[in-house]
Design a protein around this ligand. Structure first.
Ligand SMILES: [Zn+2]
Length: 427
């Protein structure tokens, strides 16, 4: 810490008592471990400045909040709820607005009512059906508790009424008929009451009331339990209910993501495969249209992908075996020792490992059977008749009879087509 940033600790009095020196600051006597005390004073001042800025409180309003009651209320909550409370008070609650600012969410909308921005205030004011149901239940329980601890009736009425107005986002201005604590709290804003920052006049008002009814109840306990009840009846049920919606939303998002991934794999596999490349037994995989396959449930798409993968593996296995067999045959043919050149027939020449055949030197086929011989004789006769027949140079002109027949056929076709020929329009 830089020396110039150290706070100015106000030392109010220095008492020189017989046995030594006593130092007082903020109405507190500083005795042993002064460094720790000065640090506490410094951090308290810093926290006060931060809270005043964050919650829009003046220094005077800060000093009128019953911080002791708030501290006592936190001890009444479970450790888990205290974690939620500390996050809520410090503004680090994983609410939509904060989640979006941290980059964890894309949109800060409320998971229950889809309000554009979910804030800590909206958590209590959410108009969704489930949130309103919790509010009704909480208000009933809150009233029951206020009655059970002998709360001053007029004060109790306005506490319930104004809390309900706050939850329904209705502004209430302090009125002369309001009890003094209500007026003070409304001037400070009722949101502080909802968040456990209670004006000190509530305690003094209840002290006076308990005295007037001769009750042995403690007003300090009343304020502390009041804060604890607000937290446990209004905040925590809403927070837990809201989280159920968030987790459901996560599940839906996860399911959608899985669907998109499966369909992408299906499209890629389907379009990159040719049906002719599959074995006959597996061609049915690509016989159905892609649109039909895309509409199938996730489980069936997953099964299709597995079946296709198996089919491709099977095909590749068979093709590999065939290729290996062909290669082996070719290799054995090419590597076998060549016969001596004298044994080759005259139309075959052997040059290194390449064998060539000369068609012109092939021997003429010999007809060994009688039927083949007769067939050859007939073929020769037909050939000689063709060559002996004189070639016709011109076609004869059509006779009048032939011409007349052609005209009649043409006329008949025209008659048949007349109904289908569109009439000619003059240009
Ligand atoms: Zn909402």
């Amino acid at each position: 810490m830089a020396r110039e940033s150290l706070p100015e600790v106000p030392i109010q009095e220095i008492h020189l008592v017989g046995e030594g020196l006593s130092i007082w600051t903020k109405q507190t006597k500083m005795y042993k471990n002064m460094a720790s005390q000065i640090s506490n004073i410094y951090h308290t001042e810093k926290a006060k400045s931060t809270i005043c800025t964050k919650f829009e409180l003046t220094s005077h309003q800060f000093s009128t909040i019953d911080w002791d009651a708030l501290e006592r209320a936190t001890s009444l909550l479970s450790p888990m709820h205290n974690i939620y409370l500390s996050k809520h008070v410090t503004g680090f609650l994983p609410i939509g607005k904060n989640m979006t600012r941290r980059g964890a969410w894309k949109e800060p909308f409320c998971p229950r009512c889809h309000h554009p921005v979910e804030t800590a205030t909206h958590l209590l004011q959410c108009p969704s059906t489930s949130a309103r149901k919790i509010v009704r239940s909480s208000s009933s329980k809150f009233q029951t508790w206020l009655e059970s601890v002998d709360t001053e009736p007029n004060l109790m009425t306005f506490i319930i009424e104004i809390t309900s107005s706050y939850i329904h986002d209705i502004k209430v201005q302090p009125q002369p008929y309001h009890p003094a604590p209500i007026q003070h709290q409304l001037r400070m804003r009722w949101s502080h009451f909802i968040h456990g920052r209670i004006h000190t006049t509530f305690k003094s008002y209840m002290t006076h009331h308990y005295t007037s009814i001769a009750s042995r109840r403690s007003s300090a306990s009343w304020v502390a339990v009041l804060i604890q009840k607000i937290w446990s009846l209004y905040h925590l049920p809403q927070w837990e209910n809201r989280n159920k919606y968030v987790h459901n939303l996560d599940r839906v998002t996860e399911s959608t993501r899985e669907r998109i991934n499966l369909q992408t794999s299906l499209i890629h596999t389907y379009t990159s495969e040719n049906i002719n490349n599959l074995l006959a037994a597996d061609k049915h995989l690509l016989e159905k249209p892609l649109a039909h396959l895309k509409s199938l449930p996730n489980a069936l798409i997953r099964a299709w992908l597995v079946e296709h993968k198996t089919a491709v593996k099977e095909r590749d296995k068979i093709f590999s075996a065939e290729n290996a067999r062909s290669s082996a045959i070719l290799h054995s043919f090419l590597t076998q020792p060549s016969p001596p050149s004298q044994s080759l027939p005259p139309h075959v020449t052997n040059s290194t490992s390449i064998i060539t055949i000369n068609p012109s030197s092939l021997p003429m086929p010999k007809f060994n059977t009688t039927s083949q011989h007769i067939h050859q004789q007939h073929h020769n006769q037909r050939q000689s008749q063709r060559t002996s027949r004189p070639k016709r140079k011109f076609l004869p002109p059509p006779t009048p009879t032939t011409k007349y027949k052609n005209q009649r056929v043409h006329q008949n076709i025209k008659t048949l087509l007349t109904p289908y020929i569109p009439p000619r329009h003059p240009l």
